[in-house]
Design a protein around this ligand. Sequence first.
Ligand SMILES: [Zn+2]
Length: 398
Amino acid sequence: MTERLYYQDATRCEFEADVLRCEPAAGGVRVYLDQTAFYPGTGGQTADTGTLAGQPVIEVGEDDAGDIYHLLAHPPAATRVRGLVDADRRFDHMQQHTGQHILSEAFVRLYQLGTVGFHMSQDVSTIDLATDRLDDRQVAEALRLANAVVWEDRPVDISYHDAAETGALGLRKPTRREGEVRVIGVADFDRSACGGTHVARTGQVGVITVVRTERFGDKTRVYFLCGGRALRAFQDNQAILSALSAMATTGIPELPAKLDKLLQTVKAVERENGKLRAELQAERAPALREQHRGADGISRVILTLDEPADIARSLCQKLIAGDHRTLAAVLSAPSGTVFVGRTSDLTADMQALVTELRAAFGAKGGGRPDFAQLGGLSRETAAALLDQIGSRYRSCSG
Ligand SMILES: [Zn+2]
């Protein structure tokens, strides 16, 4: 088995090791060493990156036997190799992982909420709490306690125990491991069985913050950032807020009220605009009727509007108001809805027309004998349907 150097010293990012064996694998060769500082990416913590024997380490993982392999593109030329772990990334993982221990214990101390899952990605880390109810006040209280522990700069120690003895240690979560168990202790606060990399004192976590929570099933997922990640998120968010504040010509604290006012204004303007467009279309009705009047005295108005359905509907209703011997069909192109109607001095059955065309064009719809509609049409079927209605109207004598 490979000796795990990070077990005793998480800050060690340079090491030398003997190559024990190499095994061909997908994407290159798995290199096994007598010792390594590379963390293999288990227990929720992301794997390290870096170089080994001058080559980028493509992947570090544990094989089926629980031993650490390093995937390289080519076998190393020498049997003694030098490894370099990406130190910034490693420290970031130490901050997130230690912060997780502290945050998880804070939820236990305040609300008896156990952590049932932990996941670290390159952007954000999550813990899953065994509850379907977690409110903002509880999150704020847990953060207050967790950050107090961070700022007290308590020592974080590593100890080893026989699995049989761990019952007396007061672990946050009982371990299922056998044999020797590695325990991470945050002084007078938390004890957890863990194989990951942690900082030596809680002050190095810097700060712990929660960005959001999400309920799934009977659990709640808490998304959190520690240390450098929290600082970067603050700077990114500050830049966004500053840009919004400049656009809205107001201070950051006044932004919510200003944006709310702006959105209400936009909605009112949109409502007014819709009303005016509908009135504009309706005013065209008398002229349209005369323009499309045939030799038999019947006006057949067939139109496509680039307007929403309610405007097409109101124009169609305007066209068939009064005794003007008119057949109308108005398509709202954006919504794929066509409205058909006739004036009360004609007898053509619009309901029957719609029922017949509905099946042929795979549309939905219905209506009354004098006014009906068909919807759910694509641009192509809508045009073909309008053609079909046109030919029906032409052969219709009223
Ligand atoms: Zn840990």
